[in-house]
Design a protein around this ligand. Sequence first.
Ligand code: PLP
Length: 355
Amino acid sequence: MLNFTVGPVQESEEVLEVGAQPTPYFRNQSFSKIMLENEAMMKELTFSDEESRVVFLTASGTGAMEAAVMNSFTSDDKVLVVNGGSFGKRFVQICQIHQIPYTEITVPMEEPLTKEMLEPYDGRDYTGFLINMHETSIGKLYDINMVSEFCKKNNLFLVVDAVSAFLAEPLNLSELGIDIMLTGSQKALAVPPGVSVLVMNKRAVDRAYNLDVRSMYFNLADALKNGERGQTPFTPAVGILLQIHRRLEELCKAGAIAENKRIADLAADFRKKVKDLPFRIFSPSPSNAVTAMIMENGKSAYALFELLESDYGMWICPNGGDLKDKIFRVGHLGALTFEDNDRLVEAMKQALERL
Ligand SMILES: *Cc1c(COP(=O)(O)O)cnc(C)c1O
């Protein structure tokens, strides 16, 4: 199958090879070394400060979202949450469950996040800001520079869910003053799901150490302490961490900027090639990770997904709920090429005639 979904994405031969190996014992020097290298490579790829730390959680991206909130905020905080789709809504639910006072900034589906939407909250008593840099559900990228400026001005603790934005967009944690950035193994890291990664600056590390989190598994202070020697409090997804290691080595060779450009070029190439097809890009601020497209010929987007899957050996990503028949998404993360784009576009042309 050719995989154009937004996760798990197409994996490289090298990553698959590592996955085929038996799982080694991990409470030893050689695994610790791998984990310490994983930490250093993540810091390099995210342009984070020297004293930043990285936690690898055996949990999907949502686990890292929840851990970030639980280990950074208490009921004494007051956070702003950008809600522009299903991932934004997830942060809202996490705040509700953990009783963190919050205000929701709702972004209408076909509008970008603007300065005017933030203005009412400028100079008020907020302490934190939660945002999904890229609202993957509808392919909408937020202006992280604008958000960063706002947070610096208001001294807000900034948590960025970059699960689908890491590597797909320019992202310099140190410059942007991002306190916690989180991502997941099945997006641009292009390995199987199961591990999420939190990159925490000094302020975030201090906060986690000083907060009395009521959780055993999602205790980041415990993870940070164990991580100092390259270990984890509990048995991690050892095999996936080895695949991450392999992938990070590759990425560091070329650098984050080169991978960012590669993904951006793939996205631009796909958009150019579908110009004459009956689709329109849905988002007002599209990302490089995903192209969300709305069907303009009255045919069902979900039927297109099904036909590509059953007859052409390709996966695009359907949407759920009200958007099911209207919108589909094509991902540009992972081991995909321009030729793969050609194959997809050709299959789409044939499928459209048959729908
Ligand atoms: C994929 C994704 C997640 C993580 O979802 P999981 O299913 O928990 O891995 C979180 N946020 C965004 C923006 C995503 O794209």
